[in-house]
Write a protein that binds this ligand. Structure first.
Ligand code: ATP
Ligand code: MG
Length: 570
């Protein structure tokens, strides 16, 4: 890990440390993760979750899970439930003692409304009746100041009356908006009398039809933070220009005595951009609705439910977030970093096993029919204390089709007629021939074994062979469906510039094979993870895998086949 990353990961913690030294919050640290329940969480949200919950954990504070459900049209309970489950799965808790810090912005609608009336009474907000086009035209530009609305100087009484009638449902959508009265000449366009309430005759997933006016996000957010006594409100960089308005709203209400100072502090950090992935909810939704993937939790999706189903562990995602750190400048993180975090998490944990993904029959002609014997291999090569696994060897085995070549290419040192290889943890065999069908496809390979060459027996190492191939005993192996997943996109930046991300879909991101696996896997239950030697890390599918009907998903291969340059020192 470079120093740069380590240092960058600390800038928010530096602010908190400084606050603690000054006694600003009396060492209280209270953060929040505020998703809008309009879709499933993706890997970008994981960064925000790990940051907010991680800081709360490390400072003995608390992180709230708050649903920012101020936008009635697109939100659904289905997403609320999935988000709660995902945050818990990632290993975080919003419970403190017997208090659950789970909040919904919609629970504050009355309070937000009362604060808006207060702003009106204090001459800080007015009802504007310009059309949307007029408002846009009068906003000005980066070089030109905005023009005051002709409704800007309505009296407090008139504003209050109109705002109450907006609430009462007397007007159509868009007929009026409530705006903060700040400065149409501000160089920051966000401070040119931003809208704070709009009329929307829409059903809300929690408040039903109780409201037909809804607060704007930029107005609601600082108030939600203040209502919940948030100390540090961490958000992504695109909100930097909104910070003056965030502070303005809270300042007005602190002055009016609604909130006690100090007010929550907004701090921006760079969002996560991951190569070979997209993190726009709209585009993710399109992948699902157009059938390019099999749902939000398709193992190819960069959603957290997708990563879970693919086999990523919560620990690997936390490790990834630690490694990428938190900086103030936008940057791209390579998908390889996420995959490496998974390997690093699973390498010490996952038991080793054998799967033959593209089976070809190997017949040991000089091995007695009906006979079988046990072979042994470590459960984990670096953890002898985890013991050994035992599996049978017999006359007929399954080997990988790619481990045999009838006419070997140069440099091929596995099975071909006349060559010797070691059957991993078993005997040395010499290839004696092969069978073909009418089309010339190899249907079986024949060999002879050397009875004094068994791995682990005295003298076995006098056989010097270059190839070492994996196998399972045909009559004993378990059939399993194996889903070989790869990156969803074949372009590192599928939606950059003018590109259509659908053009970058990787047609080989899902391949299904009928494999044979080691008989010891018979007790595998959903979400068990294993390393199949040579092939990578696999998980028993959460939904489809059952004892007797195993289904494995490849999480990631052992090495990054996408890396531009091979990693040094393997
Ligand atoms: P939308 O795409 O619908 O605007 P969003 O990605 O902003 O949604 P929210 O549900 O509003 O999603 O996000 C919840 C929190 O997660 C916000 O604080 C947001 O800043 C953060 N977040 C979202 N995307 C990323 C990302 N790529 N990297 C880091 N944080 C993110
Ligand atoms: Mg958002």
């Amino acid at each position: 890990m470079s120093n740069e990353l380590t240092a960058a990961s600390n800038f928010i913690r530096n602010i908190i440390d400084e606050d603690n030294r000054n006694g600003k919050w009396a060492e209280r640290v209270e953060t929040r993760f505020p998703p809008e329940p309009n879709g499933y969480l993706h890997v970008g949200h994981a960064k925000s979750i790990c940051l907010n919950f991680g800081i709360a954990r490390d400072y003995h504070g608390i992180c709230h899970l708050r649903f920012d459900d101020t936008n009635p049209e697109k939100e659904e309970t289905e997403y609320v439930d999935a988000i709660i489950e995902t945050v818990k799965w990632l290993g975080f808790s919003y419970e403190q003692g017997d208090k659950e810090h789970l909040y919904f912005a919609s629970d504050y609608f009355e309070k937000l409304y009362q604060c808006a009336e207060l702003l009106i009474r204090n001459g800080r907000a007015y009802v504007d009746s310009q059309t949307a086009e007029e408002m846009r035209a009068n906003r000005g530009s980066l070089t030109e100041r905005g023009k005051d609305s002709p409704f800007r100087n309505r009296t407090v009484e008139e504003n209050l009356d109109l705002f109450r009638r907006m609430r009462a449902g007397e007007f159509a959508d868009g007929q009026h908006v409530l705006r903060a009265k700040i400065d149409m000449g501000s160089p920051n366009i966000n401070m040119r009398d931003p809208a704070i309430y709009r009329i929307r005759h829409a059903h809300h997933h929690r408040t039903g039809d109780a409201w037909c006016i809804y607060p704007m996000y930029t107005y609601a957010h600082p108030l939600e933070d203040a209502i919940e006594n948030i100390t540090h409100s961490l958000c992504t960089l695109e909100f930097e220009d909104q910070r003056p308005f965030y502070d303005w709203v809270l300042e007005q209400l602190a002055e009016a005595g609604v909130f006690k100072r100090p007010m929550p502090q907004q701090i921006e950090f760079a969002r996560l951009n991951l190569t070979y992935a997209i993190t726009s909810k709209r585009k993710l939704r399109q992948l699902v609705s157009d059938g390019h993937v099999d749902g939000w939790d398709d193992p190819r999706m960069p959603t957290l439910v997708g990563l879970r189903r693919r086999g990523f562990t919560p620990e690997s995602i936390q490790l990834f977030c630690e490694r990428i750190g938190v900086a103030k400048n936008d940057s791209w993180i390579d998908m390889g970093v996420l995959e490496q975090a998974l390997r690093d998490d699973l390498d010490p944990k996952a038991a080793r096993s054998v799967a033959v993904l593209d089976p070809l029959k190997l017949i040991i002609d000089n091995y007695p029919e009906g006979q079988q014997e046990a072979c042994q291999a470590p459960v984990h090569p670096h953890h002898p204390e985890r013991g050994v696994r035992t599996f049978p060897l017999s006359r007929e085995l399954w080997i990988e089709r790619e481990d045999f070549q009838a006419e070997p290419v140069k440099g091929f040192f596995r099975l071909f007629p006349g060559n010797k290889v070691r059957l991993r943890y078993g005997y040395v065999v010499e290839c004696t021939g092969f069978d073909q069908d009418a089309d010339g496809n190899v249907t079986a390979v024949h060999c002879q074994y050397f009875a004094d060459s068994k791995s682990g027996t005295p003298g076995a190492d006098t056989y010097k062979v270059k190839g070492n191939i994996h196998w399972v005993s045909a009559p004993h192996a378990l059939a399993a469906q194996v889903r070989l997943y790869d990156r969803l996109f074949s372009d590192p930046n599928p939606d950059a510039g003018e590109k259509n991300f659908l053009d970058a879909l990787n047609p080989n991101a899902k391949r299904i094979t009928q494999a044979f696996v080691e008989p010891g896997l018979t007790g595998t239950v959903a979400e068990d993870r294993v390393q199949f030697e040579r092939h990578g890390y696999f998980v028993a599918d959460r939904y489809d895998s059952q004892p007797g009907k195993l289904v494995f998903n490849r999480i990631v291969s052992l090495k990054d086949s996408w890396a531009a340059k091979p990693a040094k020192g393997k």
